[in-house]
Design a binder for this molecule. Structure first.
Ligand code: CP
Length: 334
């Protein structure tokens, strides 16, 4: 049985097949791949795009979505093996995953890390527990990576840039009032390197390097696909000649959960907001963000409201790529 937990588990050819199918859906192709089938959408965190696009996508495929708010609409859940459940959790994933599998044909999970212990949370324990115990395919709606967002981004880049191989992709850290999850940053370097782009990561300080798992994967994919992966703190060099700029803010892992010490390092990126002057350094580059996005903190209005901004297109693409994912998993014999 195949899950969609991370694009690391899927070959570039398999991902391209999903993108090709998504492009067909975007052009109007119809499918009843979920006729008579149901999808559980389990949210441990808020959402606008993911919730709406999965629900609408399931219905467009002839299926039915059940949205479960795990922050109050379901029983508090434990996921650790062997846990003595004498705390708040009333239910273990071992039962929840198996029971949901008796009702539905796909289970999609959103569960952000809790900013407590990166050594444990980097193992993505809740969704991995669902994958272990469920008897139907699991889809990642964002945990420590955001693979559906990766495909939506790549679909937008391929439409705008044509072949992306050899093009320069800049992931830039941008300001935000508080430290955020690294998921979208991890995902951005994974997908851009997997598709042979020359990936630059602009950060205010070395402490903003991503977990070695993603740094190493990006380096490996770049070597395999003929691209490159470099890290810089030099704003001018990072933007120079870039074809695509992707904005994301995240907390520095060495300060994970104890953010007080991060403040002076975060301040080094105070000038990292994407603005017209920086975009003028690119090769007529496009710019995007996964959304939600704080205007005039992460990206200036003049850039967001310019034709270079792909964020709305990328958000629409979530619908199409997720239909491709659900169709593929539902027809995989699970
Ligand atoms: N990009 C994204 O996942 O949006 P939501 O958090 O609104 O679902």
């Amino acid at each position: 049985m195949r899950h969609f937990l991370t694009t690391e588990d899927w070959s570039r050819a398999e991902l391209q097949a999903l993108l090709d199918r998504a492009r067909a859906f975007k052009a109007g192709a119809k499918s009843d791949a979920l006729a008579g089938k149901s999808v559980a959408l389990v949210f441990f965190n808020p959402s606008l795009r993911t919730r709406t696009s999965f629900d609408v996508g399931a219905r467009q495929l002839g299926g039915h979505a059940v949205v479960l708010d795990a922050r109050g609409g379901t029983w508090p859940m434990e996921f650790a093996p062997g846990a003595v459940m004498d705390g708040d959790a009333e239910e273990h994933v071992a039962e929840a995953a198996r029971v949901l599998s008796r009702y539905v044909d796909l289970i999609a999970i959103r569960c952000f890390p809790k900013f407590q212990d990166w050594a444990a949370e980097r193992e993505d324990p809740l969704i991995m527990a669902f994958a272990k115990h469920a008897t139907v395919p699991i889809i990642n709606m964002e945990t420590i990576v955001h693979p559906c967002q990766e495909l939506a981004l790549m679909l937008a880049l391929q439409a705008k840039l044509g072949g992306v191989k050899g093009k320069t992709f800049l992931l830039t850290w941008v300001p935000h009032p508080r430290p955020l999850n690294t998921a979208v940053a991890n995902s951005a370097v994974l997908i851009a390197s997997k598709f042979g782009m020359n990936v630059r990561m602009l950060i205010p300080d070395e402490v903003y390097k991503l977990d070695p798992r993603y740094m190493d994967a990006a380096t490996r994919f770049a070597a395999e696909e003929g691209g490159s992966f470099t890290v810089t703190t030099d704003v001018q060099a990072a933007y120079s000649g870039a074809h695509a700029v992707y904005a994301k803010s995240w907390g520095a892992l060495p300060f994970y959960g104890q953010w007080e010490g991060e403040a002076p390092l975060r301040a080094k990126g105070a000038g990292f907001m994407i603005d017209e002057a920086k975009m003028a350094l690119t090769d007529n580059g496009v710019v995007s963000h996964c959304l939600p996005m704080r205007r005039n903190v992460k990206i200036a209005d003049a850039v967001v409201d310019s034709p270079a901004f792909l964020g709305i297109e990328e958000a629409e693409n979530r619908l199409h790529v997720q239909k491709a994912i659900m169709e593929t998993l539902a027809s995989s014999g699970a």
